[in-house]
Ligand binder design. Structure first.
Ligand code: F0G
Length: 353
């Protein structure tokens, strides 16, 4: 019994699938970031995708994708992943009672995500190499070995993820001027743009947002090409503290490029330092703990407001894509705790001074 929970299946008629493997995904909160609004002088919201069942927006794509796998009679599913996709696929495959193979870059996946993939019962396969290497193997395996591929090249993933746009509109009651989100394999930015376009084409809305895609400096093939006005070129050895978006050759880059171009948006990149500072700001000012990749949008917004490329008079929705607990190490490694005190009031009184 799933009760009267509000999930993305509220938009069932917008989704091209008949079966339903669900963990009650979607229906995530939209926060007004009132403290940061005062500091930055803009109208600012966060769509908190960390509130999904496995802690990231990937659940929206997986509920539709795994449902489609069942509809097609597939009993094995596969993905390459920097972590969140693998956690999500593992959970939905468990619920569906089918086998999941997840290929992850060896040693480069956040602890929480690895724990999730393991405990949900997926076959976790570390790969010598990065996400781009793992994805190549997955694409070949899905063509030759009878496993259903659930990376975001799969169009049903994007159908699920477009519901982020539908929910933002429902929750705000208007179309925001700008949607700012992290870009890795470049599926989500295309999916959200598709959602806003469908709202517009059905005559439900008469406006469209600008799509602002933020990448990490060491893994920024799209931002680099965009800013230099040069053709797209993959990045050979992507590197960033935001392991979720440590991707050098985004499979969906042409779709993402089109979304940004059509919407009048832009791509920007931010440094690891800027990402970690934004992560701390979201947590310490707003009580919103997100993983590093999900702090990239705030870092990007601050950079673009500073440079004058974005306007303070507009509204901004940050898509905070994954929960902070996914990657506890990145936080605890940055801060050192003080030495333990004696268990006495006197010792604590000293602390308070
Ligand atoms: N934010 C988080 C937390 C992610 O996990 C990802 C992608 C993105 C943003 C970027 O989204 O790829 O659609 O541009 N993670 C994938 C994974 C690659 O394997 O979990 P995208």
């Amino acid at each position: 019994f799933d009760g009267k929970n509000v999930t993305l299946w509220k938009y069932e008629s917008w989704l091209p699938v008949r079966k339903r493997v669900s963990l009650n995904e979607g229906g995530t909160p939209l926060y007004r970031l009132s403290n940061l609004e005062r500091e930055l002088g803009v109208e600012l919201y966060a769509k908190n995708e960390g509130a999904n069942p496995t802690g990231s927006f990937k659940d929206r794509g997986m509920t539709v994708g795994v449902s489609k796998a069942l509809e097609l009679g597939m009993d094995k599913v596969i993905c390459a992943s920097t972590g969140n996709t693998s956690a999500s696929l593992a959970a939905y495959a468990a619920k569906a009672g089918i086998k999941a193979y997840v290929l992850v870059p060896s040693g480069k996946i956040a602890l929480g995500k690895l724990a999730q993939a393991i405990i949900y019962g997926a076959r976790v396969v570390p790969v010598k190499g990065n996400f781009d290497d793992a994805l190549r193997v997955v694409v070949e395996a899905s063509a030759k070995l009878g496993v259903y591929m659930l990376n975001s090249i799969n169009p049903f993933r994007l159908e699920g993820q477009k519901t982020i746009a539908l929910e933002i509109y429902d929750q705000l009651g208007f179309v925001p001027d700008n949607v700012v989100l992290p870009v890795g394999n470049a599926g989500n930015i295309s999916a959200i743009w598709k959602g806003f376009k469908e709202l517009y084409e059905k005559g439900i809305t008469d406006e469209l947002p600008r799509m602002i895609g933020i990448q990490a400096e060491g893994a920024a093939p799209l931002a680099r090409a965009w800013k230099a006005k040069k053709p797209f070129e993959p990045v050979e050895n992507p590197e960033t503290v935001a392991t979720a978006i440590r991707i050098g050759n985004p499979a969906n880059w042409p779709k993402a490029w089109r979304a940004v171009e059509e919407s009048g948006g832009l791509f920007e990149s931010v440094s690891d330092g800027e990402i970690l500072r934004a992560q701390e700001l979201l947590a310490s000012r707003e009580g919103l703990f997100v993983e590093p990749a999900s702090a990239a949008p705030l870092a990007g917004l601050m950079k673009l407001l500073e440079s004058g490329e974005l306007d303070r008079g507009e509204s901004y929705v940050l898509v905070t894509t994954g929960h902070g607990l996914k990657d506890p190490n990145v936080v605890v490694n940055r801060f050192t705790l003080p030495k333990p005190i004696e268990p006495t009031l006197e010792a604590f009184r000293e602390v308070m001074k």
